[in-house]
Design a protein around this ligand. Sequence first.
Ligand code: DUC
Ligand code: ZN
Ligand code: ZN
Length: 487
Amino acid sequence: MRELDLLIRGGRIVNAGDSFRSDIGIKDGEIAAIGTEIGPARRIIEADGRLVFPGGIEAHCHIDQESSGGIMTADDYYSGSVSAAFGGNTCFVPFAAQHRGQSLADVLNTYHERAAPKSVIDYSFHLIVSDPTEKVLNEELPAAFAQGITSFKIFMTYDKLIVDDSQMLDILAVARRHGALTMVHAENNAMIKWMSGRLEERGYGEPRFHAPSHPRAAESEAINRAVELATFIDTPVLIVHVSTEEGARRIAEARYAGHKVFGETCPQYMFLEARDMDLPDVEGAKFCCSPPLRDKATQQKIWRALQNGTFQMYSSDHAPYRFDETGKLSAGSKPSFTRVANGLPGIELRLPLLFSEGVNKGRISLHHFVALAAANAARIYGMDHRKGSITEGKDADIAIWDPQLTRVVSHADLHDNMDYTPYEGMKLTGWPVTVIRRGQIVVHDGALCVERGSGEFIARRPIDTTGMPGKLAPELDPARNFGARLL
Ligand code: DUC
Ligand code: ZN
Ligand code: ZN
């Protein structure tokens, strides 16, 4: 056999559907061979006692993005991708955000310029569409799809981003025509504004009032509407960052009825709670995100919906705003909750949190972990021809984990450009130790080993709608531990 570039020896390979002990041979950035007695190789990594996973795909994060309120995220494509890599990811899909009046071509050019010289992992973009003019719908979106940007997000809230129902129908129809996936931020704008106005009027401006200002019903009403509109157009829809049991139930019902509805949740809704916003002064602002954190009982329901397949996606929603005047406190040192930038960091801890609290605590299987870490994102977002599994011929994107390694989370050990982590002090067992992207070692034993700009843009395929979603109630699906089949 010709000499391999890299051999990973003796680990347990885990995909979404199977696991086995084997070696992996890598050549020219691809997985060239899986088996024993392969080689020779220029470099060997011993993986005895380790778990060998497909590289994680972080499919919802905000990097070098200006919010509609004009605040830049603290992470650019260098710090964001390095932090993602240390967290076991080899690919991510941040947002390329259209602000009203901008052409999508300009938006995409800007984000390509931001990412290409800096990212150390592979990347694509989801567009954010806030200005669906005729030109955007008929020319610019189709042009973006043709370039492999096959998903985009729309907002049902935020004054500068919101699209109304009739605009949503237009957008969903374009998505259907081109095989694109529409992601929806589903919260009822009027309910949020009505509640926020009343709370502020009565002097309730502290961060903790962010939670009641975004009532649970605002989420479930909007999810219901998004599902009905998408079902009416008969096109897939993905409800992002679901925070409530009621929202999850609406998604499960739609899937049970055979509709092409996907759901996503995020670590903050499984590990944090509204009480975290009770911190003195404005420190609660560190925990303000939208939808907001809910209560302890809801955390358990969100876990349940992740376990039973209602959520196929588990993403960090990394939206890094520092606890200073560049981020959370950009409206002053004591801002009302309505003026606090919404979002939490979490790109580096997404997978360690899920492994430690999900796999180690017996809540999900190793296969389900891989489905949520990488395989489902690859399939749902049109990248599974290259990514999401350890298979001969695919990109050699691999994360080698030490399942025994225990660490206490400290922001000082993270690689983002933030000044806090909401998960400070948590004791987690199971961490990535070596991360390989297209055959290049990105992270090894705590060190970054690649140059900035070595990540590549990944053109994605139209969304595959065959056989999805399963018609069985997720709870009854015997394949539920083989997460990839839950699609
Ligand atoms: N939506 C997101 O997806 N991320 C951060 C804030 C928001 O509203
Ligand atoms: Zn959102
Ligand atoms: Zn987000």
